[in-house]
Design a protein around this ligand. Structure first.
Ligand code: DON
Length: 340
């Protein structure tokens, strides 16, 4: 598979099965508010067992060779609550390549520093196109549709570079501090592999530079971008880190990274754009703001309640984890913990 086809894999669209087949829905939804830790743990364990077979319906991303060797049958799920509890099941402590999940945190850093200035250079509308599409960018004169497609994320990285000359350090600092895992680092093999095969992103970056929408050299922007994507974290660590969005912008040390309004806006863009051309289906099935990555991770925010993260490397055609979306669908259906 090459960059032109990216993660559009051979999977057939997965229809949502009837949830009543797997749990006593009515009973659980009715007492969702009162779910005990033991009940939540039992639910995560059950989802782990139930969704693993879904990996067979997808394919691991191989347009970045460094990702192609990951075992597609791995699956992990972790829930971190705003009360400080962390539950998990399956491979929830195994680190994987967070890829585009990094884009949610990079956006948070730029909005925290710059406020609304970014929005003159990036839109906030769903793209309805694959995450690395060039077509829209030409029609829209170098302004990416949103910060979560690759072109938009390149602009976010560019902005971080203009602020401090380093887009990677501040992101690693944030992820380490919020997750409490100070050894989080970059998988340099994945970064090297993507840099060597990143023709599509290079085209996007040059294209935006031709419209004056990059302030830094294309090579520097690409280098920092691939290192964002190659950060390796576990579901547990990502769930901890994502709590900043569930706590309406409040960091783990009690300081405010984002205003409540900024956190709301990021969560809104996650809901409408975080899963690319599948964002409508994701909102329909899961009902939560979410950010996926071609490493198979998906981070979802349950505002005021917690952060739920899944990992399953086999992807659907849009580049989202097949088993992961299935687990999230089942979780929110059973618990009623969605934004709707
Ligand atoms: O730029 C790329 O293509 C990858 N480093 C990230 C893409 C990605 O994760 C999109 N996710 N679904």
């Amino acid at each position: 598979m090459n960059a032109a086809t990216t993660a559009r894999t051979a999977v057939d669209h997965v229809n949502t099965p009837s949830p009543s087949k797997f749990l006593d829905l009515n009973m659980l939804v009715m007492c969702a508010e009162a779910l005990s830790t033991a009940e939540l743990q039992a639910l995560l364990d059950r989802l782990d067992a139930e969704v693993r077979p879904y990996a067979a319906r997808g394919r691991v991303a191989d347009y970045i060779p460094g990702l192609a060797t990951v075992d597609p049958s791995r699956f992990g799920i972790a829930l971190a609550t705003v009360d400080g509890e962390v539950l998990g099941s399956g491979d929830f402590e195994t680190r994987f390549s967070i890829q585009s999940v990094s884009k949610a945190f990079a956006l948070a850093l730029v909005l925290a520093k710059d406020g609304d200035a970014l929005w003159t250079r990036v839109g906030r509308e769903p793209s309805g196109n694959p995450f690395n599409s060039l077509i829209q960018l030409e029609n829209e004169r170098g302004i990416p549709r949103n910060p979560f497609i690759n072109a938009g994320a390149l602009v976010v990285v560019d902005r971080m570079l203009s602020e401090t000359g380093d887009a990677v350090g501040p992101l690693l600092d944030l992820l380490r501090a919020e997750s409490g895992a100070h050894d989080i680092t970059i998988d340099s093999e994945v970064a090297r592999s993507e840099a060597a095969h990143g023709h599509r992103n290079a085209a996007l970056a040059h294209f935006m530079a031709s419209y004056g929408n990059l302030e830094n050299p294309v090579a520097t922007v690409l280098d920092h971008y691939v290192r964002h994507c190659a950060i390796a974290m576990s579901c547990r660590e990502l769930a901890h880190a994502g709590l900043v969005l569930a706590r309406h912008g409040v960091r783990t040390d009690g300081s405010q990274l984002l205003t409540r309004s900024e956190a709301k806006r990021i969560n809104s863009v996650l809901l409408t754009c975080g899963t690319y051309d599948a964002a409508g289906d994701f909102a329909y099935r899961v009902g939560l703001p979410g950010k996926s990555g071609v490493g198979g991770g998906i981070l979802t925010v349950i505002p005021g309640r917690g952060c739920l993260v899944v990992w399953g490397p086999a992807l659907d055609r849009a580049g989202n984890s097949v088993a992961g979306v299935e687990a999230l669908d089942r979780f929110t259906t059973v618990t009623g913990w969605s934004v709707f």
